[in-house]
Design a protein around this ligand. Structure first.
Ligand code: AMP
Length: 397
């Protein structure tokens, strides 16, 4: 595979798979353009070389065929502003609109194709559809780490239509893989993984893979209560996956056997209902009263977790410590974000990934204070589960 930076795109039409799956409000304003900004360096390098850029992406989950609310045309003005150049738009990603717009593209020009998922063939990984896409550009660049875990037409199947010296990762994809590998394969010890969020079931595989690598495993958020219940504690009305109690027990036993410091919260901010205006109090996790639910980690947990984080050389964080979207329950996530930032300042390597922890880091203005913020939610989780991602494997063979 050619190295993106060393490849001279002059005279080439680069077909670039980006992840422009950005959130839009009711008036089609982009409410978070992180993913678009993340693709800018790749686009600009191709243009600077004298190549032209054909961008393809999905947006949302259209059910069957085109739907205006999922049209990528809503992104054109903002993309043009980010790039400082006009952006052409093709009303379909294949067929006449795409072919004529792509063929009239001049050096340095940028074309955005309509939503790939307006064709069900995209998610089905259809060969013929991938072939039609591939005819638009003579070089294929995959810069969509966020969809690298999908074997879709534009993320994986399409690579088969290009010779080895005409397909490569873009700068974002490359950075995502390098930073993830640094944590997975070259972690300086002590390595601490912090896992949170709502569901244990989503995180079992990542926990199992990380247990082969970490010295400390911090578990917070809603998922912690299944572990606490597995230890025999009364968790009141807190989140619990009853069918995962056995798995939680096994994880606790395995961690003890492997001498991994598995930290669970010792106290919680509890609430009498799942709402921002709930009554709240802070209690020890041995005594969560019936009817009350733990919605954040408490002060003592914050202190213990922070101590471990500050003593770590490598930190991986996925998932919030509480319901940080509601002000009364954001303290734990904020404090952990601050501890990760502090450890980073002191020289540790920190990687934050997964939609909600990234949103939290952004919300607290700490995104520049950690070593790397991953743009991939599901893809990042699967990579850390140790799985081969189809979007990576298709190019990197
Ligand atoms: P996940 O998608 O599994 O990473 O979970 C993220 C979600 O977990 C966020 O929306 C949080 O509000 C939620 N969450 C975190 N802690 C708790 C908790 N203690 N109880 C209920 N939900 C929680």
């Amino acid at each position: 595979m050619p190295d993106f930076n060393s490849f001279n795109f002059s005279g080439h039409k680069a077909l670039v798979r980006v992840d422009f799956n950005v959130p839009l409000d009711a008036d089609f304003n982009i409410t978070d353009d992180t993913r678009m900004r993340a693709a800018v360096p790749t686009i600009q390098k191709i243009r600077k070389d004298g190549g032209s850029v054909i961008l393809m992406s999905h947006l949302g989950r259209p059910k069957s065929g085109p739907e205006d609310k999922f049209s990528l045309r809503h992104l054109v003005p903002h993309l043009a502003q980010l790039l400082g150049c006009p952006v052409k738009f093709a009303t379909d990603c294949i067929g006449e609109p795409a072919i004529s717009a792509a063929s009239s593209l001049k050096a340095g020009g940028v074309l955005l194709l309509e939503n790939l998922r307006f064709h069900p063939e995209e998610t089905k990984g259809d060969e013929d559809f991938a072939g039609q896409l591939s005819s638009l550009g003579d070089v294929y660049v995959n810069d969509a780490f966020g969809t690298a875990h999908r074997a879709h037409a534009s993320t994986a199947i399409i690579a088969g239509f290009y010779p080895a010296d005409r397909k490569m990762f873009g700068l974002l994809m490359d950075a995502e893989i390098k930073n993830a590998d640094k944590v997975l394969h070259q972690a300086e010890q002590p390595f601490t993984a912090i896992l949170g969020g709502a569901k244990v079931s989503d995180k079992i595989l990542i926990i199992e893979n990380l247990m082969e690598r970490v010295q400390h495993l911090i578990i917070g958020g809603g998922m912690a209560y299944t572990f606490l219940k597995a230890q025999g504690k009364e968790i009141g009305a807190s989140l619990c996956e009853e069918d995962k109690l056995d798995v939680a027990k096994e994880i606790l036993e395995k961690a003890a056997k492997k001498n991994i410091g598995l930290l669970l919260p010792v106290d919680s901010v509890i609430a009498d209902k799942f709402a921002a205006d709930a009554q709240t109090k802070q209690v020890n996790n041995d005594h969560i009263p019936a009817g009350w639910m733990g919605l954040d980690i408490g002060e003592q947990s914050i202190a213990e977790f922070s101590r471990t984080i500050l003593a770590s050389k490598t930190i991986l964080w996925n998932g919030p410590m509480g319901v940080f979207e509601m002000k009364p329950f954001q303290n734990g996530t904020k404090a952990i974000a601050e501890a990760v930032a502090k450890a980073t300042k002191a020289g540790s390597f920190s990687l934050v990934g997964g939609g909600d922890s990234v949103a939290a880091v952004n919300q607290f203005g700490l995104e520049k204070e950690v070593s790397y913020v991953s743009t991939g939610g599901g893809a990042m989780l699967e990579y850390f589960e140790g799985k081969e991602l189809p979007g990576i494997a298709a190019i990197d063979q």
